[in-house]
Design a protein around this ligand. Structure first.
Ligand code: ADP
Length: 241
């Protein structure tokens, strides 16, 4: 991408990268320290280390969102769709997020139909969609909460559902949560300072695939986010199987 916006994006990406590198080291060191010290749960030291880890991860998430949002705003996004298997992508993302899930002693169940058709998708974008939805499920569910990822075929589409047993979203807020910077104002659930950009990016990426995103949720009764993705056309699928 040429011109001023291209330079601005390059600058933002380089800055985000510069910041993320030491941050990754901070997170890894704090996690190791927590393991090494084997502190009593609930002790001041343990709470302080967990707070360092949580806040460092939070900055990391915000940095990713800022970088992605700036790319979306100037239309500089790498999008190379090909026939892909969603099961593999779901498994890889859940493995990647395992420390987050384990950190809150939550459970994560997978229910992926056998023989799902390939979808037409960009692997990295699909990973980002799932990471955003699962990170929210983790963030807005309590310790020992339950999460589940399911996938099934519906006509010429594959539907992925990410559900949680968390705080839920009141009906009157459900449309607004896809707006940039929008966050549901809640009391009593602890602080969840984050960017408010995750679902905006997620919706954009789903629609880039020609898919749809919607949710079912009730305040206090968990949430289910659904993403439908068009099946890859058969010529494409055969050549990539
Ligand atoms: P954030 O960076 O705040 O997670 P998002 O755009 O991903 O931003 O989400 C917007 C808001 O929607 C969140 O701040 C939260 O209030 C609400 N939300 C998103 N996912 C969930 C969920 N699984 N459970 C409850 N609330 C959610």
């Amino acid at each position: 991408m040429a011109g001023k916006s291209g330079k601005a994006i390059e600058f933002i990406s380089a800055t985000v990268h510069e910041l993320k590198t030491p941050l990754t080291a901070i997170i890894a060191s704090a996690e190791l320290l927590a393991e090494e010290l084997q502190l009593e749960k609930g002790s001041t030291e343990s709470r302080l280390i967990q707070s360092i880890i949580r806040n460092a991860r939070n900055i990391d998430e915000r940095l990713s969102h800022f970088s992605e949002m700036s790319r979306l705003l100037v239309g500089d996004l790498r999008f190379q769709p090909e026939p892909v298997e969603v099961q593999g992508i779901i498994r890889s993302v859940t493995t990647q997020l395992y420390p987050l899930i384990q950190g809150k002693k939550q459970s994560l169940e997978l229910e992926l139909d056998d023989h799902l058709p390939l979808v037409r998708g960009d692997r990295q974008c699909l990973e980002r969609i799932l990471i955003n939805l699962l990170t929210n499920a983790n963030k807005f569910s309590p310790e020992q909460g339950k999460m589940k990822v399911s996938a099934w075929q519906d006509g010429k589409e594959v539907v992925i559902e990410v559900s949680d047993s968390g705080a839920g979203i009141p009906a009157e807020e459900q449309e607004r949560i896809f707006n940039p910077y929008y966050q549901v104002n809640r009391t009593g659930l602890g602080k969840h300072s984050s960017s408010g950009l995750g679902l905006t990016i997620t919706k954009f990426l789903v629609e880039l695939h020609g898919g749809k995103i919607w949710l079912k949720s009730k305040s206090g009764a968990g949430s289910s986010f659904f993403v439908s993705l068009p099946e890859a056309v058969s010529d494409e699928s055969n050549s990539n199987r």
